[in-house]
Ligand binder design. Structure first.
Ligand SMILES: [Zn+2]
Ligand SMILES: [Zn+2]
Length: 340
């Protein structure tokens, strides 16, 4: 079977690897689609020089083999089912995991290719995964199932920020993650959702996708007013979040930030107005269950379709990576062959 390895900026190769054998509690999965995320873009662009590495963490697949301990076990995916797969290590042993915060697992264990190259597991033809980490997505298209990971991150984000029905919501950043926040916030009953972005094109597209209002950052307060929940899904935007959050509101720091970025906290205001600033990172099994259920139900079918920018076969992964490093896109996918 083949695994894609990024060996340097602008360099990716397909390596032949032995096919994995699933353990008794595992499944053998044939990759059907894997999204190209910011992590992969930064690797290929040279912004995150960590080579060689086999990335890809937004994967859907078809179950081709079920380990003997879980075969027929109720709730376990069956042969032939399409699943979305949680590839995050959750050791259940470290301090974070013991506290139930597996999004923050500190385990240093990594999946590896035969020569020791670190593998995230997504850009491969076949992978073995723990059965408990695979979530069936029913008849949903494989590309929707491959959005399980970012959708689980979004479920986690709304949960962490405490979004409730009727809330006024602003999303700073109208990229792929911002748009998933828009789609899910809508489903969760937000009374109004606005999207703030520096790009006019992205603002127009967010409006078409159902945002109640859109604005450039300098217009956000005037156009959208004060907000109960503000999600920051683009680098920067912190000062704006403070500027538009209302009393009793919360600011969710979804995006990554430059390591030197400092949050300006108006301490007394945060105290008097009970404003929360919450960090948001990864996802947890309960987020996965909800994300998979949403994908399976088709409730997000239109918004997910609207976020597919391009798709390439595994053999053309170089083109997929070249595209995301050269143009703004929502999600670009690498697809595996039909499961045999
Ligand atoms: Zn991702
Ligand atoms: Zn852990």
């Amino acid at each position: 079977m083949k695994a894609a390895v990024i060996t340097g900026p602008g360099r990716v190769e397909l390596r032949e690897e032995p096919s994995p054998t699933p353990g008794p509690d595992q499944l053998l999965i044939k990759m059907t689609a894997c999204g190209v995320c910011t992590f992969e873009r930064r690797l290929y662009a040279g912004d995150n020089p960590w080579y060689p590495v086999s990335p890809g963490h937004e994967i859907s697949g078809q179950v081709v083999e079920v380990g003997e301990s879980v075969d027929g076990l109720e709730g376990t995916p069956r042969r032939g089912e399409t699943v979305t797969v949680d590839l995050l290590p959750r050791c259940l042993t470290c301090r974070s995991c013991r506290r139930g915060r597996t999004a923050l697992c500190r385990s240093r264990h990594r999946r590896r290719l035969s020569d020791g190259t670190v593998s995230f597991g997504g850009f491969v033809e076949v992978i073995s995964v723990d059965a408990k980490s695979a979530y069936p997505t029913g008849d949903a298209p494989p590309l929707h199932a491959a959005m399980g990971e970012p959708l689980a991150c979004t479920v986690h984000s709304l949960r962490r920020a405490g979004l409730r029905p009727g809330d006024r919501v602003a999303i700073i950043g109208g990229g792929f993650m911002g748009r998933l926040h828009l789609a899910l916030g809508r489903l969760e009953g937000a009374s109004a959702i606005g999207v703030v972005d520096i790009s006019e094109e992205r603002r127009l597209q967010a409006r078409e996708a159902g945002a109640d209002w859109v604005a450039a950052p300098e217009q956000a307060r005037q156009v959208g007013g004060l907000q109960d929940v503000v999600f920051v899904t683009a680098m920067g935007g912190l000062d704006l979040a403070w500027d538009i959050v209302d009393v009793g509101g919360s600011i969710g720091l979804y995006s990554s930030f430059a390591s030197e970025a400092v949050v300006r906290v108006e301490a007394d205001r945060a105290h008097r107005e009970e404003i929360s600033v919450v960090g948001i990172f990864n996802q947890e099994p309960e987020d996965w269950r909800r994300a998979a259920a949403l994908i399976r139900s088709g409730a997000l079918s239109d918004p997910l379709d609207g976020l597919i920018s391009a798709r390439y076969p595994m053999a053309r992964i170089d083109q997929a990576l070249a595209l995301v490093t050269s143009l703004p896109t929502y999600r670009v996918f690498v697809e595996g062959g039909p499961a045999g």
